[in-house]
Design a protein around this ligand. Sequence first.
Ligand code: MN
Length: 290
Amino acid sequence: MKNIAKIYAPPAPHMVGDGFRVHNFIPSFPALSMQRMDPFIMLDYGSKFVFPPAPSPKGVGVHPHRGFETVTIAYKGQVAHHDSFGNSGIINEGDVQWMTAASGLLHKEYHAESFAKTGGAFQMVQLWVNLPAKDKMSAPKYQAISNDQMTKVFLDDGKSYVEVIAGKFKDQSGPAKTFTEVHLQNAILAKGMKVDFDFPATQNTFLMVIEGSIKVNADALVAVDHFVEMDKKGTSFNIEATEDAKVLIASGEPIGEPIAAHGPFVMNTRDELVQAFNDYNDGKFGILED
Ligand code: MN
């Protein structure tokens, strides 16, 4: 069995720009370092927060990324993005954007225009997935994964299900293409339902309670907005919904390479970080107006 290592209450939120009110779990908690959670190098969780109507969309202005992937899950509300290669789109409620920043781009992330006008509940996850050295300088790309493209595996009650974004649940694969083995899934469970997960013991695994509350391994009770670090040992664990619940489950094979990180750049060496700053200053990430 894979046991819980530790349950984390959400730390005080901070604002990213003026639109994203997030609790940072990885890597702010010393025990949830990039090395410990490899390949997951950053987890910002925007707990449910009601934004009032705004005359112009709130968000975060132009910034670069290099060396990894950003995975944005919109649980409530809508996120709009634009990048320096002319790509843009809207991540609607229930959808995921899997952005491979790789060699680098500039982008901005805002509440969608229509959401800003009406305001409302906003809840999201942004997870950074590291890339192996050999792929860090590959071309940027996007996977816009709408909710209806996700593989839904229904459980015995016929209404609870596991939504597979990436990797596998009971041999059913999700649509996201990944560079290394990554499993990313939402379990949507009616009160009382139980579900078993099984991942290789080599992987780093965490849970994030998005809605409701759960029991893990028929023992520890985990409340909404809490993060569960699973032990490195063991393979299988059980989740029971103690009320209607939604849980994000992530498990990934560690890349096991040196990590040199500074702000929006995550490389293998200090020299590569310096190169990233130089390339950024030289305009090699493209051009994007605020
Ligand atoms: Mn970004």
